[in-house]
Design a protein around this ligand. Structure first.
Ligand code: ADP
Ligand code: NI
Length: 210
């Protein structure tokens, strides 16, 4: 068994307890997208990318029962100290943090981040947002939510219990301009258009216009 296969087996059990917006299917889609982007970036280290994708959500504070799941799994894999460090740093650069994200300085960080964000866009992005909202008791939309959709800190973003349509404005519609790879930008632009169309249709339906 390769290190990646071993890691895949270990994380699968962890994601089995997360809701369908962050389950192992999310990981498999992000893997497929990350591999597609990596094919266009010849210097990328595939092993680091695949391990970072597999592990990137296991210690997410919204789901994880223990902060150390990522470290525990990493310690069970046959990796050099340098590889472990690279995987950890790549994962840390993925999260959006309400706009207070870390800088993606390596090609591996850029690829994993773009691939994860692409899974928040398009048809799958819409599906995930609503299944997340359902799992957290959110509203479909809330006309009283602020217009600006920016937060003074990561904590303020995390603390807010946004309606799903508000989440499109506070995060999902901003992602296309934050893509870092050429192929990621291309896919994001197509998926963004589809979401804008969805929101327009939703507004029109609310007013009985369609
Ligand atoms: P990050 O960890 O990068 O800050 P999140 O874990 O907050 O990102 O978000 C991951 C995905 O979960 C989003 O792209 C979206 O699909 C869903 N999500 C997060 N917060 C909300 C919300 N308030 N309403 C609907 N979907 C959400
Ligand atoms: Ni993710």
């Amino acid at each position: 068994m390769t290190t990646t296969e071993q890691c895949s087996k270990l994380v699968k059990e962890v994601y089995a307890s997360f809701d369908a917006s962050h389950d192992f299917e999310h990981i498999q889609r992000v893997l497929a997208t990350a591999r597609a982007i990596a094919e266009t970036e010849p210097t990328a280290n595939e092993k680091i990318i695949e391990l970072a994708v597999l592990l990137h959500d296991v210690s997410d504070a919204k789901y994880a029962t223990s902060k150390d799941i990522e470290a525990t799994i990493l310690a069970q894999l046959l990796l050099s100290d340098d590889e472990q460090q690279q995987v950890k740093e790549t994962i840390a650069a993925v999260s959006y943090r309400g706009g207070y994200e870390l800088e993606a300085t390596t090609i591996e960080m850029k690829i994993v981040r773009d691939a994860d964000r692409l899974d928040a866009l398009g048809a799958i992005g819409i599906a995930r947002a609503f299944i997340f909202g359902g799992a957290h008791g959110s509203l479909i939309y809330n006309d009283d939510d602020e217009e600006t959709h920016t937060y003074e800190s990561e904590e303020a973003y995390r603390a807010k219990d946004s309606a799903v349509v508000t989440h499109f404005h506070e995060k999902l519609l901003k992602l296309k301009d934050l893509m870092t790879t050429a192929y990621g930008k291309k896919l994001a632009s197509q998926r963004h258009k589809f979401m804008v169309q969805f929101l327009q249709q939703l507004s029109a339906e609310r007013e009985g216009k369609i």
